[in-house]
Design a protein around this ligand. Structure first.
Ligand code: XBP
Ligand code: MG
Length: 262
């Protein structure tokens, strides 16, 4: 099998963690005595900026928040994000956050087939362990051969850096792996790194443009097992699991449709 690794994005791909992130941001604002509130619509817009600190900075720009400019801004953002991360972990401990349909099955198929698992996320490194433990249990921490996060790279998604770092940690060429993403920005990052990319949009991202993805599925649930259509209507592919992904990936390599890193 030419496929040697699956590289998963975290937030929105493995589980709908953005709902929990949003709640943590809003609680952090309240904890700091700020009357800021990110409703769903605003958060969906702010998700176009990856990285929580960068997202707060973008929000400050939009607000043109007088009084939070100059020397005050950076320490405020750092303090708000530190509080948010702490609150996010507390929420994860008491909130049921299930894996998205088919994610656990595909991960287990890969491990059984000696296809390694990796993570390429722009979330903070301190979030990875709590998220994996909350969703899959403690043993999941050992499933992943490589974990690349936003703090490890100079440029966050849509730049390819975090995927390139994951490939370096795996000691693999992009041709040997598949990326799995929930957002257009994440697909851009994976494609720029030269990866065959499967998009699984979610309610936060479903209106985004996924035309550059190699495969677009509503979830990783096996179409044979569910009534929902896990079908990429563009190419008429009905999803059925790892073996199929591996053959689609091999076909893309052989007919040269694999993208070159930009
Ligand atoms: C999603 C992100 C992160 C999270 C918030 O990462 O962009 O910023 O929204 O986490 P991905 P932080 O989809 O690449 O997993 O506040 O720790 O950044
Ligand atoms: Mg994501």
């Amino acid at each position: 099998m030419s496929l040697q690794a699956l590289i998963f994005d975290v937030d929105g791909t493995i589980a709908d963690t953005e709902t929990v992130h949003r709640e943590a941001f809003n609680r952090a604002f309240r904890a700091h005595g700020l009357d800021w509130h990110w409703d769903r619509q605003l958060y969906a817009e702010l998700l176009q900026v990856t990285g929580g600190k960068e997202r707060i900075a973008k929000y400050l720009e939009r607000r043109d928040a007088a009084g939070f400019d100059g020397a005050h801004r950076a320490p405020l953002i750092a303090a708000l994000h530190a509080t948010k991360t702490k609150l996010y972990h507390e929420l994860l401990e008491r909130t049921e956050v299930p894996a998205r349909p088919g994610v656990w099955r595909l991960m287990n198929e890969a491990l059984a087939a000696n296809v390694r698992l990796a993570i390429a996320s722009t979330t903070s490194v301190e979030n990875i362990e709590p998220v994996l433990k909350s969703i899959f249990g403690r043993e999941a921490l050992h499933w992943f051969s490589a974990i690349a996060t936003g703090d490890m790279v100079r440029r966050k998604k849509p730049a390819p850096d975090v995927y390139q770092t994951a490939l370096e940690l795996l000691q693999l060429d992009a041709a040997a792996a598949i990326a799995i993403e929930d957002s257009a920005i994440g697909v851009q990052a994976a494609k720029a790194a030269g990866l065959y990319t499967v998009a699984t949009p979610n309610p936060w991202t479903e209106t985004q443009d996924f035309s550059s993805a190699d495969l677009v599925l509503s979830s990783l649930e096996d179409a044979a097992e569910s009534l929902a259509a896990q079908v990429d209507a563009r190419i008429g592919v009905r999803y059925s699991g790892l073996a199929q992904l591996a053959s689609l990936h091999a076909a893309a390599l052989s007919d040269g449709t694999r993208p070159c890193p930009s």
